[in-house]
Design a protein around this ligand. Structure first.
Ligand code: NAP
Length: 480
């Protein structure tokens, strides 16, 4: 039986009368059948959200926090089961599937506690007997549109701050992972999120995503996904507040003084973890000529040890679907003309792809500039820290960057000069923690940050209030 949409607290069929299936990318088995929502469903979801918002915004934030704490507790209780759901529906290795759920637990706990720290500012007034302050207020109804690569964590990164700030949500998950989204929404409902505050509409980007972006009853859009769709969102959202978290082409710099074994561990995890399907995945290694040879020898050994297969059993899971396999294949063909294929390069039966490394890649090569979103790594050789940073900064993206060095001067120079929202020293480009801001510069987004205290800013706005207790008209800036 097909799963339903969740609108106004009820599980309902789509007005389209159509459904689609979600497939396990490793086994080809069916995960489930889901509603192909359309603009009418979006309209109903917006209406339900607007109605529920009226009460939810007036629920004290610590009370909203209690519900979020309960959601975190239920996620913990179901962590094992949900981790396997992530692995089965999206493909990532099981320890990463469990990590996906852990990230959701962390962000719900963090944001739940923010319900008691919903601070504004108080300040002086230029007039006597007058009080001035700012308070944080919700935005209204938020449209949340998410990708498949963190099918529980990314929706949680949006839902937790959205809810603690007092907003209602219309949530559209990626069509490759609707099952994980459904599980999360069920948990929120069980935790006590009132009917209509979170509405789930599954379906395609064209039929559900675009109507959300354009809907006049939605006040804000929080989007994570590709640059192409991000640009569509920016162009079509009108005057809504828009948060965009887009792609990356993240570099790891390895200096001549680096601990090479540590660097190799980080590169393998950064480039081939989640089969390279992370926005923060390391897709470029910028290595100092002095250590190029020993680094490559170590990388070859480490890559050769990786097992490929179903994420419950192997180190490297499948790509998410056949389109991703075709895209990776095409980039490997481009790479063969642009550099030297050092290892891997082959698509395997099903959706699997060998971890692939190219050497002798020029910084301007397409495989060094464009987001592949697969297990493909480009190695670029440089002669100095300055050159390494110039190369690192030479793409249009700016999400995450890393440097391996034992020199404190190089480390701080990199922190200052790398054009990236996140910089790691002696650690790979992946590994964000929920109490720190997450996001990028340049074409990675539009400057918003998720998670941490700044995550609340995306989902609230500041209201300024003046309280005049002088009992007379006081005119600001007017000489009496
Ligand atoms: P995507 O194709 O852009 O899809 C993202 C979401 O947008 C999906 O729910 C998709 O729906 C929906 N969508 C598609 N067309 C739309 C439209 N015209 N209007 C509104 N919504 C639309 O991205 P993806 O392939 O799922 O995810 C991979 C990308 O996400 C990569 O570029 C990666 O770097 C990026 N990403 C960024 C971050 C970050 O925080 N910076 C984190 C994770 C991933 P359908 O699934 O139905 O097509």
């Amino acid at each position: 039986m097909a799963e339903k949409l969740f609108i106004g607290g009820k599980w309902v069929k789509s007005k389209s009368g159509k459904t689609f299936t979600s497939i396990n990318p490793a086994t080809g088995g069916t995960i489930g059948t889901f509603q192909s929502g359309n603009s009418k469903d979006v309209g109903l979801a917006v209406r339900a959200a607007r109605k529920a918002y009226k009460k939810w915004r007036l629920t004290p934030a610590p009370g909203r926090g209690e519900i979020l704490f309960e959601a975190a507790r239920l996620l913990k209780k179901n962590k094992k089961r949900l981790g396997k759901c992530v692995t089965d529906e999206m493909g990532k290795q099981i320890s990463e599937g469990l990590g996906d759920v852990q990230e959701a637990i962390d962000v719900f706990e963090y944001m739940a506690a923010e319900g008691r720290r919903f601070f504004g500012h108080t300040t002086t007034s230029e007039s006597p007997d007058k009080f001035a302050m700012t308070v944080r207020v919700p935005l209204g109804v938020c449209g949340l549109i998410t990708p498949w690569n963190f099918p529980i964590a990314i929706p949680a990164w949006k839902l937790a701050p959205c809810l603690i700030a007092g907003n209602a949500a219309v949530f559209k998950p990626a069509s490759d992972t609707p099952g994980c989204a459904l599980e999360l929404v069920k948990i929120l409902s069980e935790a006590g999120v009132p009917d209509g505050v979170v509405n789930l509409v599954t379906g395609s980007g064209r039929n559900v995503g675009a109507p959300i972006v354009r809907h006049k009853g939605i006040d804000a859009i929080s989007f994570t996904g590709s640059r192409e769709v991000g640009e569509f969102v920016a162009a079509n959202a009108g005057l809504k507040k828009v948060g965009l978290e887009l792609g990356g082409k993240n570099p790891i710099i390895v200096m001549g003084d680096a601990d090479l074994d540590l660097a190799v561990d980080g590169i393998i995890w950064g480039a081939f973890g989640t089969t390279g399907q992370r926005c923060t995945a390391a897709s470029r290694v910028i290595v100092h000529k002095a250590v190029e040879k020993p680094l490559l020898a170590r990388l070859l050994r480490a890559t050769g040890k990786l097992t490929i297969g179903y994420g419950m059993k192997a180190d490297v899971g499948p790509l998410v679907n056949q389109a991703a396999v075709e895209k990776t294949k095409a980039y490997v063909e481009i790479g063969k003309k642009e550099g030297k294929l050092f290892c891997g390069g082959n698509a395997l039966e099903g959706n699997f792809f060998e971890p692939t490394i190219f050497t002798k890649v020029k910084p301007s090569a397409r495989i060094a500039q464009e987001e592949i979103f697969g297990p493909v790594l480009a190695i670029i050789t440089v002669k100095s820290l300055g050159e390494a940073i110039t190369v690192a900064n030479s793409t249009s993206y700016g999400l995450s960057a890393a440097i391996y060095t034992r020199d404190v001067n190089s480390a701080f120079t990199a922190i200052r000069d790398l054009e990236a929202g996140i910089t790691y020293i002696n650690a790979p480009t992946i590994g964000a923690e929920v109490h720190l801001p997450f996001g990028g510069v340049k074409a990675t987004g539009n400057g918003t940050r998720e998670a941490g205290i700044l995550g609340l800013e995306e989902f609230s706005e500041v209201k300024t209030a003046y309280v005049d207790y002088s009992g007379k008209l006081q005119k600001a800036q007017i000489d009496e």
